[in-house]
Structures are given as structure tokens and as C-alpha cells.
Write a protein that binds this ligand. Structure first.
Ligand SMILES: [Zn+2]
Length: 74
């Protein structure tokens, strides 16, 4: 067993991310698809994630933790 890659999270997992954060990542991707339709293809994912960190729009803590992780990764 490994630990989830999210710093704040210490759940055991067989993948890089625990079940909760995997689900959060999936919903982040889905929301980004919807966002692109609304704002256009040129809207970058980084901009999108930064906007969600400032104003979470009710996305929730799991998604915010994923965003912080992704922004560090880039
Ligand atoms: Zn996790």
C-alpha cells in the first residue's frame, strides 16, 4: 500500500491517488470540459484551476486539493 499523493491526505491507496481524490480529479476534468464550452477552447486549464482556487464555486475541498497538487506538478 502507498499513501495518496495529496499532501493533506494520508489515505492508503494502490494507485497514486486515493478513491476520493481520484473521484475529485474526474469531476475536475468534467467541469473543465463544461467550462471550455462556456468560455472557449483557448481557456487554459491552469487559468481554470487558478480561478477555482480563488473562488471555489462550491467545488469542495477534495477538488481544491487536487488543483493545488496539479498546479505544483506543472
Ligand atoms: Zn487522497
Amino acid at each position: 500500500m502507498k499513501e495518496c499523493k495529496i499532501d493533506e491526505c494520508h489515505r492508503d491507496t494502490i494507485d497514486e491517488l486515493c478513491i476520493r481524490h481520484t473521484a475529485a480529479l474526474t469531476s475536475l476534468e468534467q467541469m473543465f470540459d463544461a467550462w471550455k464550452i462556456a468560455y472557449g477552447e483557448k481557456y487554459s486549464k491552469t487559468k481554470y484551476m487558478e480561478a477555482l482556487l480563488k473562488d471555489d464555486n462550491g467545488v469542495g475541498i477534495w477538488v481544491q486539493e487536487i488543483i493545488k497538487f496539479k498546479l505544483q506538478e506543472d
